[in-house]
Design a protein around this ligand. Sequence first.
Ligand code: GLY
Ligand code: MN
Ligand code: MN
Length: 447
Amino acid sequence: MTPPDFSALYANHLATLKQRADEALSRGGLEYLVVPSGTQHYQVFDDRDYPYAVNPQFKHWLPLTRVPNSWLVYSPGNKPKAIYYQPFDYWHVVPDAPSGWWVEHFDIVIIRKPEEALQHLPSDAARCAILGEPQSTLGAAPDQRFQPNNPQAVIDYLEYQRAFKTPYEVAMMREATRAGVRAHRAAEAAFRAGNSEFDIHLAYCAAARQDAGELPYNNIVALNRNGAVLHYTELGRVAPQPVRSFLIDAGASFHGYACDITRTYATDTAGEFQAMIDAVDAAQLSMCAQVRAGVDYKQLHLDAHLALGGILRDFGLINISPEAALANGVSNVFFPHGIGHGIGLQVHDVAGFAATDHGGTIAKPQGHPYLRLTRVLEPGMAVTIEPGIYFIDMLLEDLKKNGNAEAVDWARVDAFRPYGGIRIEDDVVCTGAAPINLTREGFAEAA
Ligand code: GLY
Ligand code: MN
Ligand code: MN
């Protein structure tokens, strides 16, 4: 299959980034945007490196995730420059020579040592917004002048605007989703065949054609009660007996963009846990349909509590109204995380609380400390919608003690505890009209 041609989308994407950079630099009173790709990090007292994580500000401009010690330099009205690190090295595979649809848009200089970048950077560092990690990328000749200064006015503007994805970015996320969906289907098959969490994880990676270092976050592969641990990343080597349920929260990457997908499965597809999965799935689809311009994401979160409270009541787990469960915190026990977050270059994208592109913060609703996004949705925003219902011993024990114990049918809770929990998560793009559900489209395409 010929790879898709992203060149036209990329050209428009770059035009948007230049406009944003022009405005950001003017706000910072600066002339150059200078973005190091970042450095390799090493384990303490060891020469072993951690997986390299490229600076998101760099991969926004360039579809390059494996080129440390490189730089982007842009100044308004000029062709951007890519200072591209390609060492002479016989210990490692060095980055390929620059190629692909991005190349024609940049003046490219190749450097063989990190410190060679200095001669290609603007001469006056004081006129640069240098965005990056604290340490310099200049290798053996660290130059204090080119330590990232991360000017707040520049960062505020760029991060706020990053919520609005260009069509190129949506295309990248669609490709990431294709890999993620392929892998989710393989993982479900591995679960149904009775595999351990570890073996399901390997089946996932094999189908995604990505290993753990390339995935946008650590896979959550949870059988039975492990689904109640929100960030369960243990990967048990032996499958429990019997296997009742499977929660998998796993993504994939494409040119630095992420997808973030969760599915939950029951072994017994005619049982009550499957019925609850189906109920959460239907509620989740209604929530996804609310990803529309002008909708307050905070309200979406609170509405999710009401929808999930209704499911808890319908399944006999609570005997109070969804409104009461939201008001007295009972719904928080079963749904103790946010409804989702922005997604893009980072699985939890930046500026979720940004009030404006000049800074400021939109507070979370009181009693909901784990919500990661409080902005009003606008076209171009990409968000996850990930409601869940969990049976978490620690939170249930607290509830027993805090005076709301009688709101809960504990025998029903005990019946569901062995299944751990349910989460259904899709990635959804807000448009001027109906939302684009990248995840559902991906599963439909793969069916
Ligand atoms: N996979 C992390 C999250 O869903 O936020
Ligand atoms: Mn998520
Ligand atoms: Mn997730």
